[in-house]
Design a protein around this ligand. Sequence first.
Ligand SMILES: NC(=O)c1ccc[n+]([C@@H]2O[C@H](COP(=O)([O-])OP(=O)(O)OC[C@H]3O[C@@H](n4cnc5c(N)ncnc54)[C@H](OP(=O)(O)O)[C@@H]3O)[C@@H](O)[C@H]2O)c1
Length: 198
Amino acid sequence: MNDTEPQTAEGKVLWHFTMSLDGFVAGPDHAMDWMSTGISARPGLEDEYVRTTGAVLGGRSGWDVSGDSRPYGSDWKGPIFVLTHHPEDATPADDVTFLNCGPAEAVRIGLEAAGGKNLEVFSPTIGRQLLELGLIDEIDLHIAPILLGDGIRLYDVPGSAPILLHRVGEDDPTSVVNVRYHPTRPANASPLSARASG
Ligand SMILES: NC(=O)c1ccc[n+]([C@@H]2O[C@H](COP(=O)([O-])OP(=O)(O)OC[C@H]3O[C@@H](n4cnc5c(N)ncnc54)[C@H](OP(=O)(O)O)[C@@H]3O)[C@@H](O)[C@H]2O)c1
């Protein structure tokens, strides 16, 4: 299987998500239940990020719907920064700092707190702002075998000019990734062989 090398801690700014094949990182109304249905990760993947993540930067919407749940469960300990224009009405939580500042300043604060490990950006809206500022080092995605059709896109910028990306760790960084999937069939669908003979 063609997969990425394990993540490394190098003081990078990672825009890091599990994403549906059609480009959504959350379903409608921030739904995340799709991530726990019929999707598996390579062994040890979560540990890679527990080891390499020094701090997390997110947005207020994601924080408000997460209900104080921490990234990577209770295995990861570290500072979380949440950008909001109105920190005064945020519910305080351990290791969480609400910031009302520009995205570049938020990255500076986050990287300093990360102490040489990576700063993970868990927000499509903030990631987009950082991309425009040239402050994203890597877009690190786990593409889940699912189509959501609706929700919050990784990159939702109508009218945007195309942004070319280079694949990390490839001889040809411009190469496409080839993938093939079978849709799982509804229980009442006829099997392929029956359709072929009928
Ligand atoms: N699939 C995955 O791996 C994964 C991982 C993590 C999170 N997620 C999901 O990602 C979604 C995040 O949603 P989202 O991107 O729509 O919202 P978001 O980025 O979490 O929150 C947007 C809010 O952040 C604040 N904000 C953004 N930029 C700001 C700036 N420059 N200055 C001050 N405040 C700023 C604003 O809050 P105010 O309105 O308070 O000003 C804005 O309304 C959530 O559903 C979350 O569950 C998915």
